[in-house]
Design a protein around this ligand. Structure first.
Ligand code: BJW
Length: 232
């Protein structure tokens, strides 16, 4: 039985038209990172932060999974049917892996289509805006925030992620700059526990030297090629 853990970042959704964070014309263009992606920023300027996330949530309506998402879904279908393990750990807050057909996905940085109540802590599926202060359907407090993980907050699902990395035979990182921890440290963690490691990214990431192998180019090309190679 083979166990594969695949980490994805903004680059896998770039060809779907979802902007990345740190490339030219990235999501932070016009915003400083700490203007929108810290709890402190949210408390200081909730209007700016809500507008940023409301716009991204609305933009999800107009995007579709691309061949890289589809290839990972095909990999899961094929290998899981044959008794192997495939887990996608995504830093992305879009739902393009699920829409492509992947079912074993952990969203370590949360999801745009979810709201988190700052009063009661419940998470609620949410597809509309949050800026106008809607009430939490569970406790009634008007304290819903985007259900995303900001700098200084603990990412979701860490126990399950590290348990999967402990067991992985292969760790593949796709479309991430390697600039944000703890995700940026997964390659070293997995390699230290015996996994082979592969990077698929448009350009060398900050951690590219940690990988056993790195292939550089667009995910929409590299990922289907890699999946074809693995399944052949
Ligand atoms: C393509 C492509 C194409 C483009 N095809 N590729 C010093 C050292 C170490 C850590 C820290 C430190 N100081 C502070 C920290 C901790 C901090 C951190 O990492 N800070 C860094 C700035 C150093 N981390 C945290 O605070 C995290 N929490 C934490 O650490 O808790 C404690 C803990 C400890 C130990 C274990 C567990 C927990 C929380 C981090 C939260 C990050 N949140 C964000 C926002 C989420 C909501 C939202 O979406 O708005 O997550 S920030 C942003 O960065 C977002 C992303 O998920 C994340 C990563 O970005 P990603 O995906 O890599 O995108 P880009 O744009 O950077 O890169 C895209 C890549 O794709 C590029 O390389 C392109 O070339 C490539 N590409 N087109 C293939 N077509």
């Amino acid at each position: 039985m083979t166990k594969i853990v695949i980490l994805t970042g903004a680059g896998i959704s770039a060809e779907s038209g979802v902007p990345t964070f740190r490339d030219a014309n990235g999501l932070w263009e016009g915003y400083e990172v700490d203007e929108v992606a810290t709890p402190r920023a949210f408390h200081a300027r909730p209007d700016v932060v809500h507008a940023f996330y409301d716009a991204r949530r609305a933009a999800l309506e107009g995007v579709e999974p691309n061949p890289a998402h589809a290839a990972l879904a095909r990999l899961e279908r094929t290998l899981v049917d044959a008794g192997h393990h495939v887990l996608v750990v995504t830093q992305n807050v879009d739902d393009l892996h699920e829409r492509a057909g992947s079912s074993r996905v952990l969203h370590m940085h949360g999801q745009l289509r979810s709201a988190l109540c700052a009063a009661c802590g419940e998470r609620t599926p949410w597809t509309s805006a949050l800026a106008h202060g809607p009430k939490c359907p569970v406790c009634g407090a008007p304290e819903l925030r985007p259900d995303v993980v900001w700098f200084g907050e603990m990412p979701y699902e860490m126990d399950r992620i590290f348990a999967a990395l402990d067991e992985a035979d292969l760790f593949v990182s796709i479309g991430t700059s390697g600039a944000v921890y703890p995700a940026a440290g997964f390659v070293q963690y997995a390699a230290a526990r015996g996994a082979r490691t592969l990077e698929l990214n448009l350009e060398p990431s900050e951690g590219t030297h940690w990988f056993h192998e790195a292939r550089h180019g667009p995910a929409g090309l590299l990922v289907p090629e890699w999946v074809d190679q693995l399944l052949s």
